[in-house]
Structure formats: structure tokens, C-alpha cells
Design a protein around this ligand. Sequence first.
Ligand code: NAD
Length: 437
Amino acid sequence: MRISMIGTGYVGLVSGTCFSEFGVDVVCVDKDAGKIERLNGGEIPIFEPGLDAMVASNVAGGRLSFTTDLAASVAASDAVFIAVGTPSRRGDGHADLSYVYAAAREIARAMTGYTVVVTKSTVPVGTGREVARIIREERPDADFDVVSNPEFLREGSAIQDFMRPDRVVIGTSSPRAQQVMRQLYRVLYLIETPILFTELETSELIKYAANTFLATKITFINEVADLCEKVGANVHDVARGIGLDNRIGRKFLHAGPGYGGSCFPKDTLALVRTAQECGAPLRIVETVVDINSTRKKAMAGRVLAACGGSLEGKTVAVLGLTFKPNTDDMRDAPSLDIVPALVTAGATVQAFDPEGMAEAKPLLPEITYCEDAYGAMTGADVVVLLTEWNEFRALDLDRAKALLKAPVMVDLRNVYTPADMVAAGFTYSSIGRPAPE
Ligand code: NAD
């Protein structure tokens, strides 16, 4: 089996590498020549734990290679995966499908023999049919099927997620294409991973329904956290108390500053738009989108409150900038709302992130970047814990206290325990947990 992966970003690079680990011959294609050059020089352009070793061993094994030459790669492939970006379209929130459609045209021109064209990118219902139409228009003679195979991996644990997924979803009614997909995922089939075959449209919708459901769960617990603060309840215990009910489940019940990242914000918005256009509005998801964007903006107010109502002339230490730990991805990170709001309120911001600072610098140019957490806290009036990287979970609190101008912490990820922080001499606030007496 030989495949091309068009788009060598977070999803394309991880999926392509994992397929090569399964024994498939994989060529990862990208139009970004710099990215391909770095990969061919043995450099991994993103931070993803474990990826460097897996890329190196499969390149050495001759199963994985990188190129900008889409045509040559596609011509020699049994299946071609489209893993290009589908960002929010400026203005209306619809998924921008221009990269997907451009890739489909290029693929059509290069295909030889029967080829399965797989959309791995997250694409709205109807996109697969449109990809098929484009290919037929470009190449009326082509022998092909279009399959939807959405990706559910999470940045930060992407390899584990791809190699041991909860399920694989494959949308196609063509038995011939099903056979090719079954062959590609043979290794997962052997370890009894549920493989769900559906129609194209159903598969496309499953991805959006999954992401919007998870975003709804997060938003639900965030609102419950706000209520906890009013009534003196503890959201951590509420989440555990409801999450132990198997019908609810414990995951995605961590209260925080609002969801961010490369998927939830754009996918919730895209599904809202699709549903509105079809005349079947998803009012729950509309509300989730609204609550979440308000929430992220409101987080700076918590820092303001912790500093006595004004940030004018104050220095704020920010620990963590990426949307979650173990990634360098800054797309739609809550820090992009919170940090500018702190600056607008008059604060000087000193930040540190273990992997995200190179990505953050052009997006947040107005702040000082420090060498480590302690550098960020030096001379600061308050420390804000924004991303729960492991190294922020075990800060030397005595050292932090000595470096800070005032021992004040706003913990937006509930990493620390209120009683411990008060015992350590901090004025401490978190999300949805009462301060101890
Ligand atoms: P990304 O921006 O990291 O990567 C996309 C890559 O595609 C870029 O390197 C770009 O240069 C390349 N590209 C664009 N057009 C091309 C073309 N015509 N030919 C060759 N290369 C081209 O994006 P990503 O985060 O990997 O996301 C890709 C898709 O996967 C999106 O639809 C996203 O919603 C979905 N997805 C992402 C995640 C995630 O955690 N990042 C998880 C599941 C699904």
C-alpha cells in the first residue's frame, strides 16, 4: 500500500508517520517548501511528544518521505489523504474550504489508476460530494472514490491517539474504497479498534458533533463553576460527583478560562453556520460559542480583581501561553484574548511558555518573554497560571514568593489547592472553588 498525505501539519505529519509505522509506504506532501526542507533535514517543525523518534525510524526504514512534488507522489498512490487546514472564513465563521478544493484539483490532475481520495481534514457536510464533483470536472476519465475519514487525535498526545483510537470512522458507500481503507487500518482492526463504516455525510457530521459536544461539556462545567463561586460550592467536587456517573463520564469536566485551540472554536462556529443554513439551527451550540468567547475576554477581570481593581503600572507574570500543555500551537489560545486585555488595562506582562514562545512572539509582540517561570515572576505583582504545563504544577512556592512583589496567584487551571496556597502565604484565586476561611 502506498499513500500520499497532502498537508504536513499537525494532523498530516502525525497521521502520515503513524501509517508508516503500520507498514504503509507514505509520502507527506506540503506546498510549504521550508517545512519540507526542515523535515528532509531531520527537523520536526512542530512540538509533539514522541514524534521526532517515530519520524526518524520510519524515514530510516524507507517507509516515510517528504516532498513538495504533489503530482509525482499522487500518481504513485493507492490512496491520497487531504489533511490541509480548514480555518474559519473571515467574516462569517464558515469553514474555509479553499485549501481542500485546491488540493482536490491538483490531485485530480495527477491521479493514475483507481485512487481513493480521503478527506482527513475536518470538513462540513457536503464537502466530500463537492470534492468528487471537482475531480470529475477536472478529470472526467478518473477512476476514484471519495471517502471521509475524520481525525480525532489531540495535540500533545497525538501519537497515542492515532495508534490507539477509541474508534475510526470511515464514510463511503463504495465497497472497493472500504476495502482499501480496511487494509490501511489493518493494524487497528487487529487490536479490535471499533471501525465504523457510514455514509459520507454521516461521517462528516460525526466529527463536528463530537467536537461540539465536547465544547458543550466544557462550557457547561465553566458555567457551573461560576455558580459555585456564588454559592460557596467547589466545582472540582461537583465535576467528580457527576463525572463518576458513567452516563456523564469524568472527562472534559475541568473548569477553566474557556476552550481554545485549533479545532473547537472554528468547528463549533462552522457547525452553527451549517445548521443555520439548513434551517435546523443548533441553539445549544450557538449559546456555547457565545458563552465561551465572552468568558475568555472576562478572564482578565479576575486578574484585575486580584490586584485590587486596577492593573495600571502593575506587572503581571503569565505562566503558559499555548492553548493546552504539550503543544506549541497558539491558534485561538485563551492567552490571545487574556494577555492583550491585561496590557490594555495598563499592565506590563512578563510571560514564559516551555514550547510556545516562538509561535507566540508575532501574535503577542507587546510583552516580555522570559527564560523560565521564575524569570517571569521576578518583580511581578501577580502571577497568572494560564496553561497547566507539568513544570508549573510543582513550582517552588517559597522561591516564587521571594521573587514576586506580592504573593498573589490567579490560577485559571485549578492546578493548586486553595488551602495549600493560603498555608504557603499566597492570596490565591481559582475557578469555581471557594477560598478557604
Ligand atoms: P496545519 O495548518 O497544521 O497544516 C496544514 C498544512 O497543509 C500546512 O502545512 C499547509 O502548508 C498545507 N497545505 C495547504 N494546502 C496545501 C496543498 N494544496 N498542498 C500541499 N499542502 C498544503 O493544520 P492541522 O492542524 O494539521 O489541521 C488540518 C485539518 O485537520 C483541519 O481541517 C483540522 O480541523 C483537522 N484536525 C486538526 C486537529 C488538530 O489537533 N490540529 C485534530 C483533528 C482534526
